[in-house]
Design a protein around this ligand. Structure first.
Ligand SMILES: Nc1ncnc2c1ncn2[C@@H]1O[C@H](COP(=O)(O)OP(=O)(O)OP(=O)(O)O)[C@@H](O)[C@H]1O
Ligand SMILES: [Mg+2]
Length: 461
């Protein structure tokens, strides 16, 4: 995948070769075939480069220093499940070669490799990698969003897991709790569940529970009768009624006051309610979805959210991944938003310059897809040439998110801790789960620390 509309560049290839001459010769050869090439001398350096370079293919000696062979393959696949990996080796056994291919390597070549055979193998592997995202299907995704997924864009592993989950849970009547950080697309996911469900001819209605005071929230949920309270000059239908035969999304559900939670629970048990100030019992047929960017079990522990209501809403829970958990989707999302904002602003912009790409790829995106969307919108307004340059992106994107390698002794424990956390996150492609396993601290602590570092960074002039 490239960062240019209809561009026909060859692949981005990361070489992992210890021997200097072979490394240089292979790089020269691949560059002659118009590939963009970066190289690393061993497996550790390869993982480090991988995060920044985001190659389409890794061409690696099977035995290198540090991490190699199947372990290297596993790590690369964890960072990008679709990565094409070709191994080369002089002495490797037949069993190792077969096992590597079984584990997902695209090819295993015995060195010395003939130039034509190498180029042929690389082209085949790149073709296979790209076939899942051909130009045509990308175009389709840009225009319509993934079919049936209500404008959700993304072809990464975590997005496919999400699409599968949506397809699986959509037909049922069960309540779903959609969790994820702010700006990850929870509302789009809710719409996708509705659109894939048998209720898709009925309404999809959203109520943001955070924005409303307790009395108004109840009125918005249940509706009210004329004269129910001062100012109730006429009967008002609430969202339960509006969503009849369809789906109601209760957004920021954790913000519902405890008093209203009891009433909501009763409704979920009986599927009947009365308007505020009314006596008529109204039956409705709705499916409830709830969304939150906070951790509901914590709110339950703190006594801010009823446990029984939590279990009612959380019949199925769905995690919407943060953007840093799916860096592979960044180029696709960038091109999608670029196209959209070009259309809206009547501009023609081809794509992104290299410096802009690396800034977009290496940022941690605390505000997720919404933040990326805003950054591209801003860039489209500011740019005059054919490409978006780094200078058109918000300035904080270009500031280094990672502290410099700390000098020991000479750095405070705080600086060393920050380095360890940020460097580990970078190496595992931003997954707080994996970083927490490596560092031996909780995911929550990592998230908390990252928040502090970001605040720190924002407050710098
Ligand atoms: N995968 C995606 N593909 C395309 N657009 C996306 C995707 N995810 C999010 N967006 C866009 O990002 C913006 C935020 O999405 P949405 O409002 O669904 O997020 P949210 O998780 O509900 O955020 P919040 O917690 O702040 O309410 C929207 O403009 C949405 O269209
Ligand atoms: Mg939302």
């Amino acid at each position: 995948m490239t960062f240019e509309i209809n561009s026909k560049t060859q692949g981005r290839i990361l070489l992992v070769i210890g021997a200097k001459t072979l490394r240089r010769e292979t790089k020269d050869l691949l560059e002659r075939f118009d590939h963009e090439v970066e190289s690393a001398v061993d497996g550790f350096k390869a993982l480090e480069k991988f995060a920044a370079f985001r190659p389409d293919l890794v061409l690696s000696c099977y035995h290198t220093q540090g991490i190699w062979g199947r372990r290297l393959l596993k790590k690369l696949k964890e960072m990008d499940p679709d990565i094409a990996v070709i191994f080369m080796d002089k002495t490797c056994s037949w069993t190792d070669a077969v096992q590597a291919v079984k584990d997902g390597a695209s090819d295993f070549l015995r060195t010395p490799v003939e130039e034509n055979a190498l180029i042929d193998s690389i082209e085949k592997a790149l073709k296979r990698r790209n076939s899942s995202l051909s130009q045509e299907s990308t175009q389709q995704i840009f225009e319509d969003g993934e079919e049936g997924f209500s404008g959700l864009i993304g072809t990464s592993g975590p997005m496919h897991t999400l699409y599968r989950a949506i397809k699986q849970i959509a037909p049922s009547q069960a309540s779903v709790l959609i969790c994820g950080e702010s700006g990850t697309g929870k509302e789009l996911v809710a719409r996708a569940i509705h659109n894939n469900s048998p209720r898709n001819n009925g309404p999809f209605v959203t109520l943001n529970c955070a924005a409303l005071a307790e009395g108004i929230l109840e009125s918005e949920l249940f509706g009210h009768e004329k004269g129910a309270f001062s100012g109730a000059v006429q009967r008002h239908e609430g969202h339960f009624r509006l969503a009849d035969k369809g789906t109601l999304l209760l957004d920021e559900v954790v913000e519902i006051p405890l008093g209203t939670q009891v009433k909501l629970l009763r409704f979920l048990q009986e599927r009947k309610f009365q308007r505020v100030g009314g006596t008529e019992t109204i039956d409705v047929d709705i499916r409830i979805l709830a969304a939150t960017n906070k951790d509901l079990p914590t709110s339950v522990k703190k006594g801010k959210f009823r446990e029984d209501l939590f279990y009612r809403l959380n019949v199925i829970s769905l995690h919407v991944p943060a953007l840093r958990e799916k860096p592979k989707d960044i180029p696709l999302l960038c091109m999608y938003f670029l196209k959209r904002f070009c259309r809206e602003n009547n501009k023609e912009i081809m794509g992104f310059a290299d410096d802009a790409i690396s800034a977009l790829m290496s940022y941690h995106w605390p505000g997720n897809v919404r933040e990326l969307e805003n950054a591209i919108q801003r860039a489209v307004v500011l740019v005059n040439g054919p490409r978006i340059q780094e200078e058109h992106l918000p300035p904080y994107l270009s500031q280094k998110t990672t502290t410099e390698n700390p000098i020991i002794p000479g750095s405070s424990l705080k600086e060393i801790e920050r380095y360890a956390i940020e460097k580990t996150l970078e190496l595992v492609g931003g997954s707080t789960k994996k970083a927490s396993e490596i560092l031996g601290i909780s995911k929550r602590k990592i998230q908390y620390k990252m928040k502090l570092y970001r605040k720190d960074q924002m407050s710098q002039p």
